[in-house]
Design a binder for this molecule. Structure first.
Ligand SMILES: CC(C)(COP(=O)(O)OP(=O)(O)OC[C@H]1O[C@@H](n2cnc3c(N)ncnc32)[C@H](O)[C@@H]1OP(=O)(O)O)[C@@H](O)C(=O)NCCC(=O)NCCS
Length: 455
C-alpha cells in the first residue's frame, strides 16, 4: 500500500460500509422477542448475574414485595460504606487512597503498622528504569494518555522475567508495581507529549517516597512541584471514589473476562484501560468539561432555566456540542436516584469553586444537574431515574485543580487499577472457568455460491 494518509476514509471504504449497513443491523424487536438482556441488564438496570464478589457492592434499588424500588445510591468497599470511609480518614486528617487500595486487595482495613509498611512498599515500587522513560515514554508520544498508558503497560511485560506467571503472589507483586507506577506512566507520558507536541519545557520530576499517591501526582505534574493541602486532599478523595465499582462495570468486567482466559497481568490491564478510555465509561469527565465550555459559549445567560433547558434538548437531539445525543455526566447503568460518589464530590465542589472564584460556574453545573434528568426523561425511554454521576463533578474539580484534560481519564485509571487488581485476583483465585456467554444466531442458513454464479 502507498504510504499516504492512512487515516483517510476513501470512497471505497464508504461503499463497503454501505454493505455492512445493509447486512449488519438487527431489528430491535428481536432483542425483546428473544429476551436478550441488552447491556447484560434488564430494563430496570439490574445486571445479569455473572459472578460473586466480596470486593464491593452498589445499592440502587430496594426489593419490597417482589418489586424493585429505586433508592438513593450507596457504595460499599469490602462491606464498608464509602461515605464512612471518606469521613473516617478525613477526620483523622490523612489521605485515604493507600488505605483503600489495601482494603480492596487484602479484604480488611490495615492497622497502623500494616498501612505504614504497605505505603512504603508502594513507594519502593514507584520507580521506573531510566531506559524505560527515555526509550519508551519519550518515543512517539501519543496525544491520548490512555493510549500511552496502555502501550507502557504492554511494554512493561518485556521487563518482567515472570510476566506470564499467574500464581497469586506473582500477580499481587505485578499489581502493586502497576498501582505504584500508574502516576509516573501517566504524568511522564503527558510531559513528553507537551514537550514534543506543544514545544513546552520538559519536566521529569522524581517521585517522592514520603508523599501519598495524590501528592505525588501533583508533585510530578507541576513544573515547580507545588500544590496546596486542599488540592491534594481533593485529588486523594477523587482517587478513593474512583478506586472500585463492582465487578460489572465495563472495565472491571473486562478484567474478569480477560483474566478468565489465563492470560498475563499486562495484557489484562491493557484491555481494561481500553475499556475505560471509552466516553461512555471513563472518558465522560472530559466530555463534561468540554460540554459545559460549549454551553458557556452558546448561552447568553447562564442562569436562564429556559436557555439551559433548550441547550440540553439540543444535546439530546444531536444538534449541539459533539452531536452524540448525550448529556455527559448524567445517568448511570446502575444508579437511579443518586450516585453517592457525585454527592461526596459535590460537597467539596462548592467550597473549592468559591476559593477559586468560580461560583457562577458552580451554579451552572447545579442548574444542569437539576434540569437534565427532566429533559432526558422527556426525550428518552427511562425505566429508572437519571441523576448526576461521578464524572459530572470530577471534571469540574480537575479543571479547578488545573489538571490538564489529557490526564482526566488516566487519573481515573490510577485509581481504578486498584479495583481491577482486586477483581483479577478474585477471578484467578475462585472462578477457574473461562467466561463465555451466548449470542443467539438470527441469520438463516444458506448455501455457499460459486464465484461465477454470484450477481
Ligand atoms: C452511563 C450511560 C451509558 C448509562 O446508560 P443506560 O445504561 O442505557 O442507562 P438507562 O437505562 O438509565 O438509560 C435509558 C435511556 O436513556 C438514555 N440516557 C441515559 N442517560 C443519558 C444521557 N446522559 N444522555 C442521553 N441519553 C441518556 C440511554 O441512552 C437510554 O436510551 P436508549 O434506551 O435509547 O439507549 C448513560 O447514562 C450515558 O451515556 N451517560 C452519559 C455518559 C456518562 O456520563 N458516562 C459516565 C458514566 S459513570
Amino acid at each position: 500500500m502507498e504510504n499516504k494518509n492512512i487515516s483517510e476514509i476513501t470512497p471505497e471504504i464508504y461503499e463497503l460500509t454501505e454493505r455492512i449497513y445493509q447486512t449488519g443491523t438487527i431489528d430491535p424487536e428481536l432483542y425483546t422477542k428473544y429476551e436478550v438482556k441488552r447491556g447484560l441488564r434488564d430494563i430496570s438496570g439490574k445486571g445479569v448475574l455473572a459472578g460473586l464478589t466480596r470486593i464491593s457492592d452498589i445499592q440502587s434499588f430496594i426489593e419490597k414485595d417482589g418489586e424493585r424500588i429505586p433508592c438513593e445510591g450507596k457504595l460499599f468497599y469490602r462491606g464498608i460504606n464509602i461515605k464512612e470511609i471518606v469521613r473516617g480518614f478525613m477526620q483523622e486528617k490523612r489521605h485515604g487512597f493507600e488505605e483503600v487500595v489495601y482494603l480492596l486487595l487484602m479484604g480488611n482495613l490495615p492497622d497502623k503498622k500494616q498501612l505504614s509498611d504497605f505505603t512504603k512498599l508502594l513507594a519502593h515500587y514507584r520507580t521506573l528504569p531510566t531506559s524505560f522513560v527515555r526509550d519508551i515514554i519519550m518515543k512517539a508520544p501519543s496525544p491520548d494518555m490512555m493510549n500511552t498508558l496502555a502501550r507502557s503497560v504492554l511494554t512493561l511485560y518485556s521487563y518482567d522475567d515472570k510476566a506470564n506467571d499467574i500464581s497469586i503472589p506473582n500477580v499481587l507483586r505485578q499489581s502493586l508495581q502497576l498501582i505504584a507506577l500508574f502516576p509516573l506512566l501517566s504524568v511522564y507520558g503527558y510531559q513528553a507529549y507537551r514537550h514534543y507536541h506543544d514545544g513546552q519545557s520538559l519536566f521529569i520530576h522524581v517521585p517522592d517516597p514520603e508523599l501519598s499517591t495524590a501528592e505525588n501526582i501533583l508533585h510530578l505534574l507541576r513544573p515547580d512541584s507545588k500544590y496546596t493541602e486542599l488540592e491534594a486532599k481533593i485529588l486523594d478523595v477523587s482517587l478513593v471514589l474512583h478506586a472500585e465499582h463492582g465487578g460489572g462495570n465495563n472495565s472491571t468486567f473486562t478484567t474478569h473476562v480477560v483474566s478468565s482466559s489465563g492470560t498475563d497481568t499486562y495484557s489484562t490491564v491493557a484491555a481494561s484501560l481500553g475499556s475505560l478510555k471509552g466516553p461512555k465509561h471513563g472518558g465522560a469527565n472530559i466530555k463534561v468539561v468540554q460540554m459545559v465550555e460549549d454551553m458557556k459559549k452558546n448561552l447568553s445567560d447562564w442562569t436562564s432555566e429556559s436557555e439551559v433547558r433548550d441547550y440540553l434538548t439540543k444535546l439530546l437531539n444531536k444538534q449541539a456540542f459533539d452531536k452524540a445525543g448525550l448529556i455527559y455526566g448524567m445517568g448511570h447503568a446502575v444508579y437511579s436516584l443518586s450516585d453517592p460518589r457525585a454527592d461526596i464530590f459535590k460537597s467539596f465542589v462548592e467550597n473549592l469553586s468559591e476559593a477559586k472564584g468560580l461560583s457562577d460556574e458552580f451554579k451552572l453545573y447545579t442548574l444542569v444537574e437539576r434540569l437534565a434528568p427532566e429533559v432526558i426523561a422527556k426525550e428518552r425511554r427511562i425505566y429508572k431515574g437519571v441523576s448526576a454521576n461521578v464524572d459530572f463533578y470530577s471534571g469540574f474539580v480537575y479543571n479547578m485543580l488545573k489538571l490538564p484534560t489529557e490526564l482526566f481519564t488516566p487519573i481515573f485509571a490510577i485509581a481504578r487499577i486498584a479495583g481491577w487488581s482486586a477483581h483479577r485476583i478474585e477471578e484467578l483465585s475462585n472462578a477457574g472457568k473461562i467466561i463465555r456467554p451466548a449470542y443467539k444466531n438470527i441469520q438463516d442458513e444458506r448455501p455457499y455460491i460459486a464465484l461465477d454464479e454470484r450477481n
